[in-house]
Design a protein around this ligand. Structure first.
Ligand code: PFF
Length: 461
């Protein structure tokens, strides 16, 4: 070990790390993206593939990402460079860090726009806008927001400023404090929503939809559906772009990586499934379309809030907590580039956070315009926001994941990873090493190539 602490500060306890990493993982990906993506690909079979990806690919890669960060103790770019140099391997491994920075900018740009929708909905809920609303009116309200570029810009700007403010304050005082109480509160509120939806909506249909795998539907969509399930796992667990790596670099050496990872992944998965159970009963009870896309929760939930007693209060709380969940994620997306700017450009944290945030804010404007004024411009049948989402979750994050797995499994010596993962050569360590060397890289590569249609193109499928 070259260094035992990071110049950027350290988590005060292992619990602080778990909360921060779970805060990064739990976000719009769970509550907004998971239900509508599962809806697009037909439910149960997609969910099953998603769960398999979390367990077999996500958990080992998360452990690898944390251990790389902790061994390098710097921003992902410099961590990769240092670790590669130490092993006498090409410094080009730092490109993994650069790819993560690119992915981070793309993700943060559209993430902030969607978080802006959530802010807008918190305010609407507080103003009683959902009272007695039906499916048609709810859809019209959502379309009205998305069509209004100026309004979207205002909310996007507010959210980006919020993100920059936390990152500017630094690890201990900025990041740690905000996650402590908000995560449990979100969890409780989600449970309230599930209970309500189960009572007022069609819980049976929702459970069947989410948990009875219909492989015919998955097959219909082919490799793209499996790629989307894997991409959702990467996105939801914040893997493949250095966010978890940079958080790992602030983790003390004596904390267990395996146990922390299992807790983070379990929390993330539970929240996604609860979100599904809060939303689909209402979808089916109101004859909405599960595959209707990114507007799903924004159209569905207001109907539930509009008819339940105390709905204005619950609705406000729910969207406010969703903002918080998005916030604890967006700070982790901005952290890797900010840490790099501090390390290599000598910027203060404040300046680094502002510059990074400004870049993502500008890109975000392109995203939000793609929803209205520029909606006719498409690349590969997608608007810019959808394109960024697809490129990052389904391509860049899995690619980053493959490289992380190869580095941790093949480039780092066995003794190094063993040291990070507890020091004793137990079956658990051997299982991890097998998964990270063979299973994860091969599975991600196959799903990726199949999903972008390569096998079909060369006549293999
Ligand atoms: N995991 C976050 C979510 O589910 O909303 C999104 C995210 C955060 C993706 C950090 C990638 C990342 F590095």
């Amino acid at each position: 070990m070259a260094t035992t602490v990071s110049i950027h500060g350290m988590w005060s306890t292992r619990l602080a790390f778990i909360l921060a990493a779970a805060g990064s993982a739990v976000g719009l990906g769970n509550i907004w993206r998971f239900p509508y993506t599962a809806g697009e690909y037909g439910g149960g079979a997609f969910v099953l593939v998603y769960l398999l990806c979390v367990a077999g690919i996500g958990i080992p890669i998360m452990m690898a990402e944390i251990l790389l960060g902790r061994r390098g103790r710097q921003s992902p770019i410099n961590t990769m460079r240092t670790l590669a140099e130490r092993e006498g391997k090409p410094v080009a491994w730092s490109l993994l860090g650069w790819m993560g920075i690119l992915a981070g900018f793309l993700i943060l740009s559209f993430y902030s726009v969607i978080a802006g929708w959530t802010l807008a909905y918190a305010v609407r809920a507080a103003g009683g806008a959902f009272t007695g609303i039906d499916a048609t009116a709810s859809k019209a309200m959502f379309d009205g927001l998305v069509g209004d570029g100026e309004r979207l810009l205002a909310w996007h700007t507010i959210f980006m400023v919020m993100t920059v403010m936390v990152v500017a304050r630094g690890v201990a005082s900025g990041l740690e404090q905000s996650v402590k109480w908000m995560m449990p509160a979100l969890f409780v509120l989600l449970l309230v929503m599930v209970v309500y939806a189960g009572w007022a909506g069609d819980l049976g249909a929702a459970v069947r939809y989410l948990f009875a795998p219909d492989f015919a539907r998955l097959q219909e969509k082919g490799g793209e559906a499996i790629l989307s399930a894997m991409g959702q796992a990467f996105f939801s667990l914040s893997l493949g772009m250095g966010a978890i790596m940079v958080y790992g670099s602030y983790l003390r050496h004596d904390a267990s990586i395996a146990r922390s990872t299992v807790m983070i992944a379990a929390t993330d998965t539970t929240v996604a499934l609860l979100a599904g159970l809060a939303i689909f009963p209402m979808v089916f009870a109101h004859g909405l379309e599960p595959g209707s896309g990114p507007g799903l929760i924004f159209v569905t939930l207001p109907i539930a809030f509009g008819e339940m007693p105390g709905g204005a209060l619950f609705g406000t709380l729910f969207f406010a907590l969703l903002v918080v969940a998005a916030w604890t994620s967006s700070i982790s997306i901005l952290e890797p580039v900010s840490a790099w700017l501090v390390e290599n450009r000598g910027f203060s944290r404040v300046r680094a956070a502002i510059i990074g945030g400004a870049g993502a804010w500008l890109l975000g404007i392109v995203c939000l315009l793609s929803l209205n004024h520029w909606s006719e411009y498409e690349v590969a049948g997608k608007g810019v926001l959808d394109l960024f989402d697809y490129l990052t979750a389904n391509i860049l994050l899995p690619l980053g994941g493959i490289l992380i797995a190869i580095f941790a499994g093949w480039v780092l010596p066995r003794a190094a990873t063993l040291d990070e993962l507890g020091g004793t050569d137990r079956p658990g360590y051997r299982l991890w090493r097998f998964l990270i060397r063979y299973v994860a890289p091969a599975a991600v590569a196959l799903v990726l190539l199949n999903g972008i249609g390569l096998f079909k193109a060369i006549g293999l499928a």
